[in-house]
Design a protein around this ligand. Structure first.
Ligand code: FE2
Ligand code: FE2
Length: 485
C-alpha cells in the first residue's frame, strides 16, 4: 500500500530513533535522485535535503518494502489522514531539538552538554555522526584485518562474503548521511594501522564522491555522449569491456555496492609485497619501487584469481587504481593504451587514494594539511581532461574546500581546527599570536558573509602539516583527533 507521508512526520520518526524506508525512489523537480527506494534512513540529513528541494511529502510504499519503524524496530502505522496532517496526540512521537543518543560530556570536550544555539545544535549533530561513524569504522576495521590476516595465513584466500556484507552496510551509511566519511579516522599523528584505515577511508571518500558525481554530473556526461556534442570529452562507455559489459552512467544502487567493495579492497595486493618494503622509512630503490607497483595489476590480479572473484568492477579498481587520469600522466601504472577506457569509478578511486595518502602520516612522511591537499589535487588535475573536471568538482564538493581536520588561520591571526566543511564550522585554538587558548572556545562559522570578517578564514596563510602545530593543540582537541577503536 502506498501513502503520502509528510517530511515533518518522517523527521519526527527519525528524531525519535526510528527509521524510514520509502520503497519508492524520490527525485527532485530536476530529475536528481534524492533518496533511493531501498535506503533505510536513520539520520535527518537526507530528509532535510528532500525538504530543501521543496518536497513536503513523499510516498511510502509498504508493498515495495517501504517501512516506518520506531526505535524498537516495530512498524508505525499511519493512516492517510494522520500522515498528511501530522500524528494524533496519543500516538505522537517525542519531539527533540537534537539527535538522540546525545552524550553528556565534561568541560574538556568540544561538545556541549545542552545545545542552546544553532552552532551547538550542529556540534551535537557532529558528535552523533562521529558516534555512528566510529561504529561503522570499527566493523570495517575488523573486517579488513580478517581479510589481511587470512591472506597471510593461507597465502591468498579470504572470506569474500563477509567483506561484501560489511562494505554494503558501510556504503549505505555513506550514501544516506551527508558526507559522514568526514567523521572517520585519519592518520594525522600516528601510522600504526595505516593500511586498515586507508582501505576504509578510500572506500568512504570514493563512495561519497561517486554518489555526488552521479547526482550532479552523470546526466550532463550522458547528454554529451548521446548527442555527440563534445568530441573532446572522453567516453566513459569505452571501458565497457574492462568493466565487464555494464555501462556506467547514473545512479544504480546495486552497482554502488560493487564499486564500494572495489574501493575497500583496492590495495589488497599490498599484502603480497614484503613488509620491509612497505614499512621502509627511507627512499625506495628502483627495484623496491617496481615491487610496490606490482601490488595493483600483478598481485591484485593474483588474489582476485585465487579467490575466484568474478566481480568485474572490483577487478577493474584493484588492477587500475594507479592508471593515468589524463594523457601523458607520469608515474601512473600499469601502462594502458587509452586512458579513457578507465571507468569513472576507478579514476575516483585514484583521487581518493591520493587524498588519503597525502593527508595521512606514514613512516616516511608527515601528514599534509587536508586543505592544502585539496588545492594541490585540484591544481594538478584541473584542465587536463574535461570528464576529469566533472570528477574533480564532485570531489571538491564532497570533501569541501576546507575539509574537516584541516588547520586554518583566521583573519585575526588565530589558528582554528575545521570541524565541518559546511560554513566552514571551525574551532579556534590559539590567540592572535599563536598561543594556545587557556579557555574553552566557542566554534565559529568562518565565513565573511556570516560572521565578523575577523573570524573568516585567511587563505593567505597556511600550515603545511598538522604536526607543526601539535604543541599548541589543547588537550581536548588532541582527544578529539584520536578515535577510539
Ligand atoms: Fe594502491
Ligand atoms: Fe591505496
Amino acid at each position: 500500500m502506498e501513502s503520502n507521508v509528510s517530511i515533518d512526520v518522517l523527521m519526527e520518526i527519525v528524531k525519535a530513533g526510528g527509521n524510514v524506508t520509502t520503497g519508492v525512489d524520490v527525485y527532485n523537480a530536476g530529475g536528481v535522485l534524492l533518496l533511493a527506494r531501498d535506503i533505510s534512513v536513520d539520520t535527518l540529513k537526507p530528509l532535510e535535503i528532500i525538504k530543501r528541494n521543496g518536497i513536503g511529502s513523499v510516498p511510502v510504499d509498504t508493498d515495495q518494502n517501504g517501512a516506518l519503524l520506531d526505535s524498537d524496530g516495530n512498524d508505525i502505522n499511519l493512516d492517510a489522514a494522520d500522515a498528511a496532517d501530522g500524528m494524533p496526540e496519543d500516538r505522537a512521537l517525542p519531539v527533540t531539538a537534537m539527535p538522540v543518543n546525545v552524550r553528556a560530556v565534561g568541560m574538556g570536550s568540544i561538545f556541549p552538554d545542552i545545545a542552546t544555539n544553532e552552532i551547538e545544535v550542529r556540534l551535537v549533530e557532529i558528535e552523533e555522526k562521529r558516534r555512528q561513524a566510529m561504529q561503522k569504522h570499527a566493523a570495517a576495521k575488523r573486517c579488513i584485518k580478517n581479510v589481511l590476516r587470512d591472506i597471510q595465513r593461507t597465502g591468498g584466500q579470504f572470506d569474500y562474503t563477509e567483506v561484501e556484507k560489511t562494505v554494503s552496510d558501510l556504503a549505505e551509511f555513506l550514501i544516506v548521511g551527508e558526507n559522514p566519511f568526514s567523521y572517520l579516522t585519519q592518520e594525522i599523528f600516528s601510522y600504526d594501522e595505516y593500511l586498515y584505515n586507508h582501505s576504509i577511508n578510500v572506500c568512504a571518500i570514493g563512495t561519497a564522491v561517486l554518489h555526488r558525481f552521479n547526482q550532479q554530473f552523470s546526466k550532463i556526461v550522458n547528454d554529451h555522449i548521446k548527442g555527440g556534442m563534445a568530441a573532446d570529452i572522453c567516453n566513459p562507455f569505452a571501458g565497457e569491456a574492462m568493466q565487464g559489459g555494464h555501462g556506467f552512467n547514473c545512479y544504480y544502487p546495486h552497482e554502488i555496492d560493487d564499486i564500494s567493495l572495489g574501493f575497500f579492497l583496492h590495495d589488497i595486493g599490498k599484502t603480497l609485497v614484503a613488509d620491509h618494503i612497505i614499512n621502509k622509512k627511507g627512499p625506495l630503490t628502483g627495484i623496491e619501487f617496481t615491487e610496490v607497483r606490482k601490488h595493483s595489476y600483478e598481485y591484485g590480479m593474483t588474489l582476485i584469481e585465487d579467490n575466484q572473484i568474478r566481480n568485474a568492477t572490483v577487478k577493474n579498481i584493484v588492477c587500475f587504481h594507479h592508471a593515468p587520469l589524463h594523457v601523458g600522466e607520469e608515474n601512473a601504472y600499469p601502462k594502458v593504451g587509452d586512458y579513457t577506457t578507465i571507468p569513472i569509478y576507478t579514476r575516483i578511486c585514484k583521487l581518493a587514494d591520493i587524498y588519503d595518502a597525502m593527508t595521512s602520516r606514514r613512516c616516511y612522511k608527515e601528514a599534509i594539511n587536508p586543505v592544502n591537499v585539496v588545492t594541490r589535487i585540484f591544481r594538478t588535475y584541473a584542465k587536463k581532461d574535461r570528464l576529469l573536471q566533472y570528477i574533480l568538482h564532485a570531489f571538491v564538493k564532497s570533501i569541501g574546500i576546507y575539509p574537516p581536520g584541516s588547520i586554518v588561520f583566521l583573519q585575526n591571526g588565530q589558528m582554528a581546527y575545521v570541524l565541518e566543511s559546511d560554513g566552514p564550522l571551525v574551532l579556534p585554538f590559539t590567540d592572535e599570536k599563536g598561543r594556545t587558548l587557556k579557555y574553552k572556545p566557542d566554534p565559529v562559522i568562518a565565513d565573511f558573509a556570516y560572521n565578523n570578517h575577523l573570524y573568516a578564514v585567511d587563505n593567505r596563510k597556511s600550515v603545511t602539516s598538522p604536526k607543526e602545530v601539535y604543541n599548541v593543540l589543547p588537550g581536548y582537541l588532541r582527544d578529539f583527533l584520536v578515535m577510539p577503536t
